[in-house]
Design a protein around this ligand. Structure first.
Ligand code: KMH
Ligand code: ZN
Length: 283
């Protein structure tokens, strides 16, 4: 296994997602100003990477090229966070448009390794789309983060690496997304089963638990040498009866737990090294 023992923790914040609505959750950051303010506070609280979905003027998910580019630039100007754009978008986004996300020149992009049931919907990631997105990420020098929602996705990642070779930068970072209704359950057992199957090429992994799986998966990931993803994309409840008021609360709690476990948050510079991110200056 090419993974070395982690002594620090990459904390990824996924602040918005494509599913929560502003009407239901007014504290969800959806405007450019809210996103920048969120990025700044989360970086201060210990985040190293931001996984970004953006919204339009009516707070609806969008893959608008101009808005994506402006968001990437605004966050780069205000923080040193690794900026990762979602290529998953919302379940309603066409595959061709999801490929155009890379035009915004993010540091990193998500790349989901297979189709999954997603509540009442289907999150579509057919094999030819995965391959096309992977090749594009190499061509554009964008570091992919492989999103694995199920054990079958682990096998698809293995096939992708065997067929297409290593990603840009040579590091293979995966994020295990647990607890999506239709994907692997958000349990320590399911997470550890997926980790045990990861291909040798994987150099680092993180995990997230959707909803009430948040804390058990966080604790399991830290104990098993993984990194963390937190944020309102995945979890809107801080504690029983206590909604999340700001993404920074989730980052700060993750940073506190990681520090207690002798795995303090890594700096953004360390995150860039972990993932082999190419330096792109804010323009
Ligand atoms: N919104 C989900 C359908 C990703 O960002 O790449 C897909 C998703 C994964 O959130
Ligand atoms: Zn996402």
């Amino acid at each position: 296994m090419s993974r070395s023992a982690a002594t620090t923790t990459l904390i990824t914040v996924a602040p918005t997602g494509a599913e929560g609505t502003k009407a239901d959750v007014p504290q969800l950051p959806t405007t450019p100003e809210e996103l920048v303010e969120t990025a700044v506070r989360c970086e201060r609280a210990g985040a190293g990477l931001i996984h970004l979905h953006i919204r339009d003027g009516k707070h609806r998910p969008t893959l608008d090229a101009g808005l994506l580019r402006a968001s990437v630039e605004a966050i780069r100007e205000s923080t040193d966070l690794v900026v990762q754009l979602s290529t998953g978008g919302s379940v309603h986004d066409p595959l061709e448009q999801r490929l155009t996300v890379l035009d915004a020149q993010p540091d990193s992009c998500s790349l989901t390794c297979g189709t999954t049931n997603f509540g009442d919907d289907v999150f579509l990631n057919p094999w030819p789309f995965m391959v096309e997105l992977y090749r594009l990420s190499i061509e554009r020098e964008v570091v992919p983060e492989f999103e694995l929602f199920d054990l079958g996705h682990v096998q698809a990642l293995r096939r992708l690496l065997a067929q297409e070779g290593p990603p840009f930068g040579g590091k293979v970072h995966v994020d295990l997304v647990t607890g999506v209704p239709g994907g692997m359950p958000g349990t320590p057992a399911a997470l550890l089963a997926a980790v045990a199957q990861l291909p040798e090429e994987v150099t680092s992994w993180s995990a997230t638990g959707i909803g009430r799986a948040h804390l058990p998966v966080l604790a399991t990931a830290l104990g098993a040498g993984g990194h963390l993803r937190v944020g309102m994309e995945d979890n809107l409840v801080f504690a029983r009866g206590q909604p999340v008021q700001h993404n920074a609360e989730l980052v700060a709690r993750a940073a506190d737990i990681a520090t207690l476990l002798q795995r303090p948050p890594m700096t953004t510079t360390e995150a860039r090294v972990l993932l082999s991110i190419k330096r792109r200056n804010a323009s």
